[in-house]
Design a protein around this ligand. Structure first.
Ligand code: G6P
Length: 627
């Protein structure tokens, strides 16, 4: 979704801004733009240069590179259209009526129609269809009537605004400062010891190359960055706020493709290694066991043992792929801990007047840690006294900072819009949480606990065996570019995997796909089955295997084309169906970690065979910061 980069300092801002925008591309966007206060040969501000393009950052560079751009102050943006089509005119930055103020914005202004009408009545003329343009005009109007400086005008203008925003504003008459503010949309400021330069961005990835010292703005805070001066963070009410400089160590090597043609393929192949990282230091040799038995240690579970043990209910809130991981988490926690678990879409939960008791635990799952609905759901849960526990990938993200405790999945930044390694990381962490809590509660037998952990540490090796079949899966997948619909069926732990397989295919190949519990097929989806309809069965040797075989027969009788994911050596299914992918045998509760891999690869190779943009599929965003 939208991304912001800003720079004020002593260096040329343009390359820093463009490099930053490239690093934000993974979030998904449809236009890009930048503004720089450029200078004459003596370094004096000459004026404002603005470049915008519909399409990719490379389209913007194709325009701006030719212009000999210079300047040590600038702001830049990637826009994911909400109000108004993707176009040059709607792309950010937006400029105020006088041409003095320029602004970029992430988020949505909910009362923009009312504000626009009021400003139009005062003579302001709008050029774009965006909600953002209202902000820059409102700040200018406030500045005109109050005769205050930029920072005060921004602060006063924002009191009139309802909605979510992270903004960066510059004034061409004052090239010595850059003002930024946020509410319900993340913003981070990179600082250096002598304050000679400041880097601003909507997440740490565009600025980690320049500094590890970051200040995350809290909600309803703003900052004024001036070369050589101390950074001052203020609340939007005006008083000075506490400022904490955090050391953020991002592994930038994770942000390149490492020789793979797409981030998504790299991330699929990264899974064995990152899951080993995810378990490292958490699944350990039990120090009290003489025969080297494994044990799981999660500090969040140890530190909040009392609240977790008294939980009468766990409510999982999440969106998209993370919601699918939540469905698996429900089965794991109910099995190992015997605590009832509800899984809610965060977007529904927050508006459903949920009954939240103080002894409920709300578990938020999020890759990006920035999903607006999930963030709002946990804020609601906290306000009603529940313990909020996060399962998050992005270190230091808004959800990570707004939970009472949690476990990072530690699988490294995920760049491909379609989530892969984050999903298996989430399922791995949920398995560890369920086992740790089950052990603390006494609801899991020692033998099952140890067997599950022993198998969990074998999962990365087993994933590697599946990945070795990529050539075969690619050949098979490339035969399905014709398909208009796919059906994915599974049961038990493999039912959420069916949902995830269907979502992956939809997201990147634009083929309509649905996931169903296999037995539900006869209550509707079977009407769609004919010789043109690929049906993917996840039919590993687990719960209800024989019943899934019956469902397959029903599809075969209707001439549907079956692709089956089966346990290694399953000759029975191999003889029945058209295409088979084998996965190593494992425990039922760990089956999703293996059976999802062929589904990720099928989606990837179908999309590649269709010539589509796998990493940045149309209309989708990696980090959904609007509700
Ligand atoms: C977007 C992404 C999905 C992700 C979902 C939830 O739709 O494209 O990959 O599953 O948001 O995001 P989160 O970051 O909260 O896991």
């Amino acid at each position: 979704m939208c991304g912001i980069v800003g720079y004020i300092g002593t260096r040329d801002a343009y390359p820093i801004l463009m490099d930053g925008l490239h690093r934000l591309e993974y979030r998904g966007y449809d236009s890009a733009g930048c503004a720089l206060i450029n200078e004459d040969s003596k370094g004096k501000p000459k004026g404002l240069a603005i470049y915008k393009a519909k399409g990719k950052v490379s389209d913007l560079e194709a325009i701006a590179d030719k212009q000999n751009v210079s300047g040590t102050l600038g702001i830049a943006h990637t826009r994911w259209a909400t109000h108004g089509v993707p176009s040059e005119v709607n792309a950010h930055p937006h400029v105020s009526q006088s041409g003095n103020l320029t602004l970029v914005h992430n988020g949505i202004i909910e009362n923009y129609v009312a504000l626009r009408t009021q400003l139009e009545a005062k003579g302001f003329v709008f050029k774009s269809q965006t909600d953002t343009e209202v902000l820059v005009q409102l700040i200018e109007y406030t500045m005109n009537v109050s005769n205050e400086d930029l920072a005060t005008s921004v602060r006063k203008a924002l009191t009139k605004v309802i909605g979510a925003y992270a903004i960066c504003v510059i004034d061409r008459r004052h090239p010595e400062q850059l003002v930024a503010a946020r509410k319900s949309s993340p913003m981070v400021v990179g600082v250096v010891p002598d304050n000679s330069e400041f880097f601003i961005a909507s997440d740490a990835s565009p600025i980690a190359l320049y500094t590890k010292q970051m200040v995350y703005l809290n909600d309803e805070e703003m900052v004024v960055c001036e070369r050589g001066k101390d950074l001052i963070v203020r609340k939007l009410t005006g008083e000075q706020a506490d400022m904490e400089v955090k050391e953020v160590d991002l592994d930038l090597s994770m942000l390149d493709k490492g020789g793979f043609p797409h981030f998504m393929l790299k991330e699929i192949f990264d899974q064995p290694a990152v899951l080993r990282d995810c378990m490292c230091g958490r699944v350990i040799n039990n120090p009290y066991s003489e025969d080297g038995h494994l044990s799981v240690v999660l500090s969040a579970v140890t530190e909040h043992r009392r609240e977790l043990l008294r939980a009468r209910r766990i409510i999982i809130v999440s969106c998209g792929t993370s919601w699918h991981a939540g469905l698996i988490g429900k089965q794991l926690i109910e099995h190992f801990c015997r605590i009832p678990v509800e899984v809610a879409y965060a977007s529904e939960f927050r508006y459903s007047e949920p009954v939240i008791e103080h002894d409920d635990v709300v578990l938020a799952i999020s890759q990006s840690g920035e999903t607006a609905d999930t963030l709002a759901a946990i804020e609601l849960a906290r306000s009603q006294g529940a313990l909020v526990f996060g399962v998050v990938n992005a270190v230091g993200s808004s959800i990570a900072r707004n939970t009472d405790t949690g476990v990072y999945i530690h699988v490294g930044p995920e760049i491909g819009v379609a989530s892969t390694k984050a999903f298996t990381g989430q399922v791995t962490v949920l398995t560890m949480i369920a086992l740790a809590l089950g052990m603390a509660k006494g609801t899991v037998f020692q033998q099952e606990y140890e067997e599950t952990l022993e198998e969990l540490v074998r999962i990365p090796d087993k994933m590697e065996k599946i990945l070795k079949q990529s050539d075969k899966i690619e050949r098979m997948a490339s035969r399905f570019t014709f398909a208009r619909n796919f059906l994915y069926l599974g049961r038990g732990y493999n039912y959420p995997v069916a949902l995830e397989g269907a979502l992956k295919l939809k997201e990147i190949s634009y083929i309509h796909a649905e996931g169903y519990p296999a037995a539900e097929m006869k209550h509707g989806p079977i009407a769609l089955v004919d010789s043109e309809m690929p049906v993917v069965f996840i039919a590993t040797h687990h719960q209800l295997y024989s019943k899934i075989i019956s469902n397959m027969q029903e599809v075969i009788s209707r001439k549907g084309h079956i692709i089956a994911v089966v346990t290694e050596g399953d000759d029975h299914v191999s003889k029945m169906v058209d295409d088979v992918v084998e996965v190593p045998s494992t425990l039922a509760c760990l089956a999703p970690l293996l059976s999802v891999i062929p589904l990720q690869m099928i989606s990837y190779y179908v999309a590649v065979a269709k010539g589509l943009d796998v990493d940045q599929p149309r209309n989708l965003a990696k980090s959904v910061t609007v509700e």
